[in-house]
Design a binder for this molecule. Structure first.
Ligand SMILES: [Zn+2]
Length: 278
């Protein structure tokens, strides 16, 4: 099991590898552009080749891109922008040999899930159709805030079976699972989660976002905490990381960190490395 983290690309994509090495991350997630804006500019060729060279040198793999937070496949007004943004990210992912693009599906505000399902499935199909075969589009489960889509695996299964494409992958966020009613600190919670993912396919899980939770079980709120400092706790991570089905899946931190610079740090990486079984 690889332990990784979301790292900054300030100064260029290739700088992300330096940042990974600094904290001991073995895998990474990065933004290809500001996550709070639709603005996008393609990375420079020199930056891409330097990124590939460094990733290879320090054996940082796999690499994931995270889509912008504005993506919303449940909203007709934002649909085209969302498809364009995901497509741009998928192309960058392919050029830097990333595994794929992790994205938040968005909100079905004002609609029932069944009403927005066809639109979501069509959008995902369109992104997959217009992007290279070597990258996956990776659906992240949500914490269930407001009318966010995909906070339970029945909904996610409906989306996966409608899209019916092997290039659609799954990212499990431990904090989102915990906040949306899967108590990962208990065997029953873990069993419920795994049994609900089985119809989708355990092999679809391409990444775990390893985050402790600032909010209690089933709070329905997306608030990440450092490993061991939240409601999941070290005991919870010991349980999650011992799940047989997840033993080959990279665990990627998206935590606030203990220092002044926000984001995953060496301490969080080390806490997970201490817990992993291999
Ligand atoms: Zn996440």
């Amino acid at each position: 099991m690889k332990i990784g983290g979301h790292v900054s690309t300030a100064g260029g994509l290739n700088v992300a590898i330096d940042n990974a090495v600094k904290i001991g991350a073995e895998a990474i997630q990065i933004f290809a552009s500001s996550p709070r804006s639709w603005n996008f500019s393609e990375p420079k060729e020199e930056d891409v080749s330097l990124f590939l060279e460094k990733a290879n040198k320090f054996a940082i793999s796999p690499v994931f891109l995270h889509g912008v937070y504005l993506v919303n496949l449940g909203n007709a007004v934002l649909l085209e922008k969302s498809i364009n943004s995901l497509t741009q990210h998928m192309l960058v992912a392919s050029s830097i040999h990333a595994k794929g693009v992790i994205f938040h599906c968005g909100s079905r505000k004002g609609f029932e899930f069944e009403e927005v399902l066809p639109q979501i499935a069509d959008a995902i199909k369109e992104v997959l159709r217009s992007t290279p075969d070597d990258v996956s589009l990776i659906f992240e489960n949500s914490a269930g805030m407001g009318s966010s889509i995909g906070s339970n695996f029945e909904e996610i299964e409906a989306i996966f079976s409608n899209v019916n494409n092997n290039r659609l992958g799954l990212c499990l966020d431990t904090q989102h699972c915990y906040a949306s009613g899967y108590d990962l600190t208990k065997d029953e919670g873990v069993d419920l989660l795994i049994s609900q993912i089985k119809p989708i396919g355990i092999e679809k899980i391409l990444a775990v976002h390893a985050n402790d939770s600032k909010v209690p079980f089933d709070a329905g709120v997306d608030r990440h905490e450092n490993i061991g400092e939240g409601f999941i706790g070290i005991k919870g991570f010991e349980k999650i990381m011992a799940v047989e089905e997840l033993s080959e899946v990279p665990f990627i931190l998206e935590v606030p960190g203990f220092g002044k610079v926000r984001g995953p740090d060496e301490e969080n990486v080390n806490r997970l490395k201490k817990i992993r079984l291999d």
